[in-house]
Design a protein around this ligand. Sequence first.
Ligand code: BES
Ligand code: ZN
Ligand code: ZN
Length: 496
Amino acid sequence: MQITLETKPFAALETDALVSYVFEETDPVQGRIAEIDQAAAGLLRKLAKSGELTGKTLEFTLVHAPAGLKAARLLLVGAGKREQFNGATLRKITGAALRYLKARAVKNFALLVREGEATGETAQIIAEGALLSNFESDKYKTDKKNDKNIETVLVAGYSDSERSAGDKGLSKGRIIADAQNFTRDLVNEPSNKLTPRILAEKAEAMAKEAGLSVQILDEKKIADLKMGALLSVAQGSVEPPRVIVVTYNPANAKPGAPVIGLVGKAVTLDTGGISIKPAEGMEKMKYDMAGGATMLGVMRALAALKPAVKVICVVPSTENMPGSKAQKPGDIQTAMSGKTIEVLNTDAEGRLILADGITYTKQLGATHLIDAATLTGAIVIALANINVGVFGSDQAFTDKLIASSKAAGEKMWQMPIDDDYREFIKGSFADIQNISSGKGGGAITGAMFIKEFTGDSPWIHLDIAGTAWNDDAKPWLAKGPTGVALRTLVHLVTSY
Ligand code: BES
Ligand code: ZN
Ligand code: ZN
């Protein structure tokens, strides 16, 4: 799909559909919408009067062969109240318009931005909205409905002097959305098509293409490093584990500047192990590698955006299987850090592999740590599928991430991890245990466990169990992986 900036006047655009967005206000026919109304001989004012055009969020008004316009159709999308309008809404509107038109076999459209909105940021958001909404989870379908494809999106409403900022925005949006779709592609892969070894191969190929350095640790190297927590999960499967290390090390990184460590959970299928999960919905646990896929996607974007900060990405990957050699409830394991862990539930495996992932990332020189993981069902209870759960040991660092999440249009909510919760993971027979003995606070327990391995380094944990997978298609998004947290992390790193 091509996305290009167009500076021609909107009435002259020969396109399948001219698209713009309408605010919900006393008179929705204002600014650019009033300009369209004028070109189309008062058509929009008529629609507004009859109540067909109100600007209510995601209201669609489609007009065929609009008089006064070269476009074959005019599509107006409701954008809600002007005061509440923001980048997240624009991204959704763009995506919803694309999917609406794609379903009607439209091949190309022009999105006309509103008055005063022709900026680089707007262009970036439109590129993101278009590319993310165009993603389909249909790789393994033999009938791909190839007749329904958007080929070109024009971003209109820019003047010649606004072109350079707009073009820059489009290219940034493309980089970020392509990376997010790369992540979503990985997450969609079922576990027979994406074992830890295959994930490592794909990460290696991505890194080489992007110009990043990459190292894959195999089971022997993992054993040499004494990653006992990761190995304890992996021992239940015939598929060997891998640790993927991708590094972005720009020449212009300042000496003494923070080195960011990104650690992503990549369990290619989580059956629960011996503490096995119920059959219903187990297939969905192929997305238990979304944290790792997100971090790999972040690295892909960073390679193209080239911020002046060093980033080390570590992705521990394994299956969690109940094979005959699987670890059993009550087993005591020694993590790479030397801490001993009583494994009370083999289904709380994400925190085990992250423990060693984090120890290794610190050893490689990271000063600031961020992990992303589909860690707990409990975060779904706490925040549903709306907000990512954020846990942070350093409030300034956490505030920075939350500011980035707002800028990137991804909802995140901070959760507590004060010392009172340390009780939950205190071990009876080992240093720590991997689940709480009591009830409640499951997502916090997971975070407290990981925190044990972070030492004094500022650290953020993102629990994306509720937000990495979209169970029902949305007007702007296909069913399946969302690629959540990628844009926030890219924003955070590039803001250093
Ligand atoms: N991968 C799961 C968490 C999960 C649940 C992800 C739902 C996505 C959707 C994780 O490994 C797990 O099984 N966690 C257990 C922890 C429990 C045993 C303390 C859980 O949440 O039930
Ligand atoms: Zn599990
Ligand atoms: Zn898991």
